[in-house]
Design a protein. Structure first.
Length: 148
């Protein structure tokens, strides 16, 4: 457990709401370190970002789950046809521990509970809302309900 994770678990009372904020630049740096690729993450509107790698991918926040976020995406027409074809070859979906891609629905689900930076928060909290604004990702957590 790194210092950030230890601080998250040590300084948060179990019954209190928690907010986690990171700038898109910080998230960009983390992704670049982990993937060893140079990508750019740019906010293009409220709850909308563009990820630039080999092609630009516009993502818009559609839904918040207890443990993750669902993004819709748009690709240019030609790339969209290729992605849908690839999705059909792969039975419509690609699932990894961190991301699920559904080409037919044009959605990507980020399973946040497995990301090391925020994994400790999910021990006693569930994600209740998220927002991308002012070049920041803000995640709001509430305590998990426990049975007596």
């Amino acid at each position: 457990m790194n210092a950030t994770q230890a601080a998250l678990t040590r300084n948060r009372p179990k019954g209190q709401p928690v907010q986690w904020k990171k700038s898109l630049n910080e998230i960009e740096e983390m992704v670049c370190r982990q993937t060893e690729r140079h990508i750019r993450i740019i906010q293009t509107g409220r709850n909308t970002i563009r990820i630039e790698d080999k092609v630009g991918l516009d993502l818009f926040l559609e839904h918040v789950y207890d443990d993750g976020l669902l993004f819709g995406y748009r690709l240019p027409f030609g790339l969209n046809a290729i992605a849908k074809t690839a999705g059909k070859i792969l039975a419509g979906r690609v699932r990894t521990k961190k991301l699920n891609w559904d080409a037919e629905k044009q959605q990507i689900r980020a399973n946040l509970s497995v990301f090391g930076q925020i994994k400790p928060l999910f021990a006693n909290h569930k994600l209740v809302s998220a927002e991308i604004d002012n070049n920041q990702l803000c995640l709001n957590f509430s305590p998990k309900e426990t049975n007596p």
